[in-house]
Design a protein around this ligand. Structure first.
Ligand SMILES: Nc1ncnc2c1ncn2[C@@H]1O[C@H](COP(=O)(O)OP(=O)(O)OP(=O)(O)O)[C@@H](O)[C@H]1O
Length: 297
């Protein structure tokens, strides 16, 4: 539904984005990840037309709607709500910005309030809302005009697991309705959980992108965590071992063989591990393998 072609953005001499080309398909959720200052927000602002001064081009391929303003719902990192008025008033304000009015606006506000689970709090002032309620309303404000492409910039910062789960369920429903979602987050487990594809961006360039399961297979090395006195075999075969907490992490391409090796060693030496578990490959490992672990400012 959207193609980015050689997008480049400079702030003075600082190159924030350099030659970004990407394709986004309908009904999929794309995770956008990268260290601080990588260029994520700049990219999201270009896609949502907030930044219009850039090189390269964007093409919306299969939408009947001509204008990107109608096509896109942008949910910013910062909560953009008027605290002194009610949720209804906030939704009404944003609905009017998108050109909705009268009965259509009323119907959409009611539908969105239901989707974000705030129907019974609609007439409450935002200053009385919890962080999770504000986040959900912040999302709701971008959904009033039923956008085809929804851009979420770190939408789960500072909320409890219940609100996070609620937002994830909303994303699933939006995908079922054919919406495309671009989801920027520093929380790798969220990307793993809800995104079909991940885009790793570092220093303004794409470090890697593809299906989450394929990236995990390609980059993350499975491992076994072992804790227990005298449980670590002396002959370590092809395994790479490093200390972790009070035990050891055994990195291996063949975790079941390594597990068998440890179990045989324990049986032979009549020792009992306190903890022996297979650790799944994580997207966080992919992130560090692509971007390194050095601090970024
Ligand atoms: N308005 C601006 N003026 C000048 N430089 C900017 C501006 N906005 C961003 N930058 C610079 O562009 C680069 C990319 O910033 P951007 O905010 O897009 O990164 P990010 O990946 O979203 O970071 P974070 O994870 O911290 O939100 C950084 O070097 C940043 O300092």
């Amino acid at each position: 539904m959207l193609n980015l072609n050689h997008v480049k953005k400079q702030y003075g001499r600082n190159v924030a984005l350099n030659d970004i080309s990407l394709n986004f398909s309908r009904g999929k959720c794309y995770g956008l990840v990268g260290p601080n200052g990588a260029g994520k927000t700049t990219l999201l602002k270009i896609i949502s037309s907030i930044i219009q001064d850039f090189d390269g081009s964007l093409t919306f391929t299969d939408s009947p709607r001509a204008k990107s303003k109608e096509l896109i719902g942008y949910i910013p990192q910062e909560i953009c709500l008027e605290e002194t008025v009610t949720a209804w008033d906030n939704l009404s304000f944003f609905g009017k910005i998108y050109g909705l009015k009268g009965q259509t606006l009323k119907l959409r506000i009611n539908a969105v309030l239901k989707d974000i689970g705030l129907t019974d709090k609609a007439k409450q002032k935002i200053s009385t809302y919890s962080g999770g309620m504000k986040r959900r309303l912040n999302i709701g404000c971008a959904l009033l005009h039923t956008p085809d492409l929804i851009i979420m910039d770190e939408p789960t910062v500072g909320i409890d697991p219940q609100s996070r789960r609620y937002i994830f369920n909303m994303i699933e429903k939006l995908k079922e309705h054919g919406c495309t979602i671009i989801y920027a987050s520093h929380y790798m487990e969220e990307i793993e959980q809800i995104c079909d594809e991940a885009i790793f961006i570092d220093k303004g360039a794409i470090a890697e992108n593809g299906r989450v399961d394929e990236l995990l297979q390609r980059y993350a090395i499975p491992s076994i965590y072992l804790k227990g006195e005298n449980c670590l075999p002396k002959e370590n075969g092809d395994f790479t071992i490093s200390p972790k907490k009070e035990g050891h992490l055994i990195l291996t391409e063949s975790p079941l063989l390594a597990m068998e090796h440890v179990i045989n060693h324990c049986k032979t030496h009549a020792v009992q591990p306190e903890q022996l578990e297979l650790s799944q490959a994580r997207l966080e490992d992919v992130f560090f393998s692509l971007t390194g672990s050095q601090l970024r400012d």
